[in-house]
Write a protein of this length. Structure first.
Length: 228
């Protein structure tokens, strides 16, 4: 099939695109939504500007949509974005794994546009999926946290086996979702098999709010380098 991938630059959406290509499908477009609402129910907002670099290293055209991020109204903006390419594709990939809210709305929009909604790891064990990403060669950096006891030290942390072990323990003790599906943390993929080169973060700033015990890594500059 010819597909478009709804991506944020985070691990789940990029892994979905990767699995779809590995299954033999063609990723014709990357679709990204730029939301004015940082608390959007549908879209990740952290470092969405990196999609330009991701488009460069994947060689896949990027089309951006914009939304004020008003609950439910933002779905119209998403539908308008997908409608731009619907005549050239057969389906949309998303990184949904456990959020019924996101999955049901993506399914509905795709059905209305006559497209297939593809979520390759929907309902699977999150720990297994996250470990599979590492095996596949994904390099993932945590760029936002919003659930204690995740703290400022997690910002900029690279997800590795030790990190996953800690997330599994935090899930057992505090209910934090291992892949951050509840918004506990967000990520960006600096390298994966879809990339011809690696995205290297050269300048970033940690912003932490002690009142809400949440924060983000604001990536200011990156460069594209050969994968060593």
């Amino acid at each position: 099939m010819k597909l478009a991938s709804l991506v944020s630059g985070g691990k789940d959406s990029m892994y979905s695109a990767y699995l779809s290509r590995r299954a033999g499908h063609s990723i014709e477009y990357l679709l990204g939504m730029v939301s004015e609402n940082k608390e959007s129910y549908m879209f990740h907002t952290h470092n969405i500007h990196l999609l330009t670099a991701i488009s460069e290293v994947t060689g896949i055209p990027l089309i951006l949509g914009r939304t004020k991020g008003i609950k439910e109204e933002e779905l119209t903006d998403l539908k308008d974005l997908i409608a731009q390419v619907k005549d050239n594709i057969d389906g949309i990939t998303t990184g949904a794994i456990a959020s019924n809210y996101q999955k049901q709305r993506a399914d509905k929009i795709c059905a209305e546009l006559g497209l297939q909604s593809i979520a390759p790891f929907w309902g699977r064990n999150p720990e297994e999926v996250l470990r599979e990403m590492l095996v596949a060669g994904f390099e993932i950096v945590i760029v936002a946290v919003a659930a204690p006891p995740l703290d400022e030290s997690w910002l900029g942390r690279k997800i590795d086996s030790k990190c996953i072990d800690e997330l599994v323990e935090l899930n057992k003790k505090f209910g934090i979702h291992v892949t951050g599906e509840g918004g506990e943390y967000d990520s960006v993929v600096t390298y994966c098999p879809l990339y011809s080169k690696k995205i290297e973060i050269t300048e970033a700033e940690k912003v932490w709010d002690p009142k809400t015990k949440s924060g983000s890594l604001i990536i200011k500059k990156v460069r594209v380098v050969d994968k060593k």
